[in-house]
Design a protein around this ligand. Structure first.
Ligand code: FE2
Length: 175
């Protein structure tokens, strides 16, 4: 139970510093960017926008953008994924449900799927937390490649360098 304090304390900020080992907070204004350079290409008609690249726990928070006819290659998730659809809608080849604007999606560990955007959707944007790795595979589960937070950082570094933001631009998203 919280201790009752006089009303005068209610608007008083916490009076001590945070632990010295705590990481700095991260605030990303304009998370859905208007600057096209902040969208990192990752395939035909597929881009991601980094928000938090967490190297201490091995996950990444990003916006995934897929435009008409874009497909995100078949992949397996050894760890959970959380998604929230901000714009448009999409499906998995492996499921009969559709993720529509405003939907929350939980992808359980062990799930293998292929994301695609139907032809009549111009653009979809979904906020995803991906833990561990994306393990790319063929239809029978044989591995064809992977992504983790470190390959994502590499992609960002290379892209930001190419579009003139500088390879250090990605550092602000790393925790
Ligand atoms: Fe996935």
């Amino acid at each position: 139970m919280p201790v009752n304090r006089p009303d005068s304390d209610k608007m008083m900020p916490y009076q001590y510093p945070n632990p010295p080992e705590a990481l700095p907070e991260l605030v990303v204004p304009n998370a859905i960017p208007t600057d096209e350079r902040l969208w990192v290409p990752q395939g035909e008609n597929v881009w991601f926008r980094p928000l938090c690249l967490n190297v201490s726990q091995g996950y990444w928070m990003n916006l995934l953008r897929v435009r008409k006819s874009g497909v995100l290659s078949r992949h397996r998730h050894p760890q959970a994924v959380h998604g929230f659809v901000l714009k448009g809608r999409w499906r998995y080849l492996e499921h009969d449900w559709e993720a529509t604007e405003g939907s929350y999606v939980f992808e359980p560990p062990g799930e293998t799927h292929t994301l695609y955007v139907p032809d009549d959707v111009e653009e979809m944007i979904t906020y995803f937390q991906v833990n561990g790795v994306m393990y790319y595979c063929d239809p029978w589960g044989q591995g064809t490649g992977y992504e983790d937070v470190f390959t994502k950082i590499d992609m960002c570094r290379k892209h930001c360098s190419e579009v003139g933001l500088g390879e250090d631009y990605v550092r602000q998203f790393i925790r």
